[in-house]
Ligand binder design. Structure first.
Ligand SMILES: *Cc1c(COP(=O)(O)O)cnc(C)c1O
Length: 432
């Protein structure tokens, strides 16, 4: 197995790209800066494999960061999109397929009786918090450090100094007053939760039930149940951001697995089958507040776009019953076991592997990671070197310690074996 790939064409595109696109990309993590290398430009992809413009072929564990649970260019999804496109790409008027998709989602997610579609997860979370604020007549929000809910101004907030204080902007351009309405507390910390709720009247507790944007950091036993109980006691809504976990970790998302029913659910990624679609939904009574049925305004030119709806519907249709989830869980488990063996074979002890069905993170940490501080304490240089080593051996893993791997139904035991072989060599290369 070769440990270096040519990158002449990617380098040429990148040189051109940095003149016209900030950092040469349209979304930051693609630039691969946190692993200290230049981005790879993609030519095409099929199933679980990505081919770059230099004809290098990779096992793709990123899969567009979550939407591609069936892998790239699944023939049925491609056919559905082509068929939809031939009948018109957008109408700005209702279609039957949108209703089919809404019905399908409501059938799967226990908490959703009615939904509104948007084009991105960011829009869906922005709209869900608007609804939560309207429904409660409150302004403040409670979120968890390390959780990501899209680049909504008010949610780009870091913890202020001291626990349970008002958030501070995590990006220039976010008004301090907007970030101050967001309270940021550590994940898996019941005492911080109680302190925050004692100090602030919040409209919503907003959580990724299976946080996967600081790497995968699962909830401690009972923590999601506690969020439900405390939200009720505080008169706040519980909002689950299932943009990643929905339709991925199980047929009913993380809420289905945990048996904890949120008031509102934010969906994205898998629901669009690889095209731009997202949604937020909840109890009918709550969702009826949305215009034009209710007074909470929210709209979108391309919301419920026919191509995206066709891709989403086909993607969900291919996820019928338990069987796909059993397969996805088995692939994830085999990958986790293989990567543990790879570290052991290379005598590399400093990794902890977190998994949920269809999600995995290799934390470069000697101890278990239970919150954002733990994730940030990882050996980021070692992760970067290992990840570069994987890429050089044809394995495309997330170019950040803080992102999850996304196994898909297109990954085979052979893809896992190829990955484990590359991982063993990459671990050996970075040293014990
Ligand atoms: C990706 C993501 C979002 C944002 O979705 P976009 O479509 O990128 O705007 C929101 N929440 C979570 C949990 C995500 O992973």
């Amino acid at each position: 197995m070769t440990a270096s790939l040519t990158d002449t064409r990617s380098a040429e595109h990148y040189a051109r790209a940095i003149a016209y696109l900030p950092g040469g990309v349209n979304s930051p993590v693609r630039a691969m800066r946190s692993i200290g290398r230049d981005p790879i430009f993609v030519d095409r992809a099929e199933g679980a494999e990505l081919i770059d413009v230099d004809h290098n072929r990779y096992v793709d564990w990123v899969c567009s960061w979550g939407p591609l649970i069936h892998g790239h260019a699944h023939p049925e999804i491609v056919a559905a999109v082509c068929d939809a496109a031939q009948r018109g790409t957008t109408f700005g008027a209702p279609t039957a397929a949108e209703v089919d998709l809404a019905e399908e989602v409501c059938r799967r997610l226990p908490s959703v009786q009615m939904l509104r579609m948007t084009s991105s997860g960011t829009e869906a979370s922005m709209s869900a918090i608007r609804l939560a604020r309207a429904a409660t007549g409150r302004t403040k929000l409670l979120k968890f450090a390390g959780a990501y809910h899209g680049h909504v101004d008010g949610l780009l907030a870091d913890a202020g100094s001291g626990l349970a204080t008002q958030g501070i902007p995590s990006s220039p351009g976010v008004p301090a007053g907007v970030a101050a309405d967001t309270i940021v507390i550590p994940w898996n910390d019941p005492a911080a939760l109680d302190e925050a709720l004692a100090r602030h009247e919040v409209a919503a507790i907003l959580a990724e039930p299976y946080p996967a944007n600081m790497g995968l950091v699962l909830p401690a036993a009972g923590f999601l149940e506690l969020l439900r109980e405390r939200a009720d006691a505080a008169g706040a809504l519980l909002v689950f951001d299932e943009v990643i976990s929905g339709f991925r970790v199980g047929p009913g998302g993380a809420q289905g697995l945990a048996g904890v029913i949120p008031d509102l659910t934010i969906m994205g990624k898998v629901i669009g089958g690889g095209l731009p679609a997202a949604a937020y939904g909840g109890a009918r009574e709550l969702m009826r507040r949305i215009a034009p049925e209710g007074d909470v305004y929210q709209a979108g030119t391309l919301s419920g776009n026919p191509l995206a709806v066709a891709a989403g519907l086909t993607s969900l249709a291919l996820l019928q019953g338990e069987q796909p989830y059993v397969k996805l869980a088995a692939t994830t488990a085999a990958l986790a076991e293989g990567l543990r063996d790879a570290a052991a074979a290379a005598g590399y002890e400093g990794v902890r592997i977190a998994t949920a069905p269809g999600l995995l993170t290799v934390f470069f940490s000697a101890g278990p990671v239970t919150d954002y501080d733990g994730a940030r304490a990882c050996d980021l240089d070692a992760y970067a070197a290992w990840c570069r080593g994987l890429l050089a051996r044809g394995v495309y893993a997330p170019a950040s310690q803080f992102e999850a791997w996304f196994p898909s139904l297109a990954h085979t035991p052979e893809h896992v074996a190829r990955t484990v072989a590359a991982a063993t060599a990459a671990f050996a290369e970075i040293g014990a």
